[in-house]
Write a protein that binds this ligand. Structure first.
Ligand code: ATP
Ligand code: ATP
Ligand code: MG
Ligand code: MG
Ligand code: MG
Ligand code: MG
Length: 237
């Protein structure tokens, strides 16, 4: 194609690429989902429909990029896609990978919304959108630690939120009172409060809430202890 005299402006574009031979994590996270979840009246602290919707979106994104993605892991309004270290997807350009993953995820979310929320049509003033980042990790130890980090985060947040909302919804504490009661407590103390004051055994909470969701390359969605299975999950990578 003939070049115009304006063509030089292309030289201003940045083409940042991720370091070769490193694992790539693309993490997407819902924008202001605290507000979004209030608007659409998500059950607190865990709306099963919303989590299943996130899982369905992640599965479809993974299947689209099946040959590049090792696995995806999600909790709450976030999902991480872990790409093989030898991927040459979009010549490893950050902009391309990040924007295509997050826009595909968002399209899926909008497309599948009505399947999970049949009685709550999306409102044009409250549409879902997501941020995205790419991070490269130099070796398998780091990538396993990354996944363990998100897994531990799921556990910590879920335990806190479960006790917090039980104290508010079941025991009639104000949010401030519940916050004060939980401040400075360790994991076992939270489980004890949940058991003795709310009559709930944390172990019996749904696996999806406690462990987050893992999407495998086969498209299976599992709720497992990823730390225990970490070596198995990355076998061959
Ligand atoms: P930011 O734009 O900075 O990400 P945010 O409001 O999305 O802000 P997050 O730290 O990402 O903040 O937290 C997501 C929030 O969305 C949770 O704290 C929770 O209130 C809500 N949320 C997400 N998923 C669910 C769900 N399945 N059920 C109930 N609430 C949810
Ligand atoms: P890439 O993923 O690299 O962007 P692409 O197929 O999207 O690949 P583009 O250079 O962006 O390539 O070109 C977009 C193409 O989409 C056009 O060449 C044209 O074929 C088609 N297209 C886009 N908008 C329209 C439109 N309004 N009407 C008809 N065709 C369109
Ligand atoms: Mg955030
Ligand atoms: Mg968010
Ligand atoms: Mg989040
Ligand atoms: Mg195009």
């Amino acid at each position: 194609m003939a070049k115009s005299r304006f063509e030089y402006v292309r030289d201003f574009e940045q083409r940042d690429v991720l370091i070769p031979e490193t694992y790539i994590v693309v993490r997407i996270d819902g924008k202001k989902f605290h507000e979004f979840s209030n608007y659409y009246k998500f059950e607190k602290p865990n709306d099963m429909r919303a989590l299943k919707l996130m899982n369905a979106c992640a599965k479809n994104v993974l299947l689209q990029y099946r040959s590049e993605v090792i696995l995806a892991y999600g909790e709450s309004d976030e999902y991480s896609f872990i790409l093989r270290s030898d991927t040459t997807l979009y010549n490893r350009r950050i902009d391309k990978i990040s924007s295509l993953f997050v826009s595909l995820f968002t399209s899926q979310y909008v497309m599948l919304w009505s399947k999970f929320f049949p009685n709550d049509p999306l409102d044009v003033k409250h549409l879902p959108f997501f941020d995205s980042r790419c991070v490269s990790y130099p070796n398998l130890k780091c990538i396993k630690d990354y996944l363990s980090w998100r897994f531990v985060d799921t556990h910590i947040n879920n335990l806190y939120n479960t006790v917090f909302w039980q104290l508010v919804q079941k025991c009639g504490l104000t949010t401030r009172e519940a916050e004060n009661k939980l401040s400075g407590t360790v994991s076992s103390e939270k489980q004890e409060i949940l058991f003795s004051e709310c009559g709930i055994n944390y172990n019996n909470e749904p696996e999806m809430f406690k462990k987050g969701s893992l999407v495998t390359r086969k498209g299976e969605i599992l709720h497992i202890d990823v730390i225990k299975k970490i070596d198995e999950l990355f076998e061959g990578y």
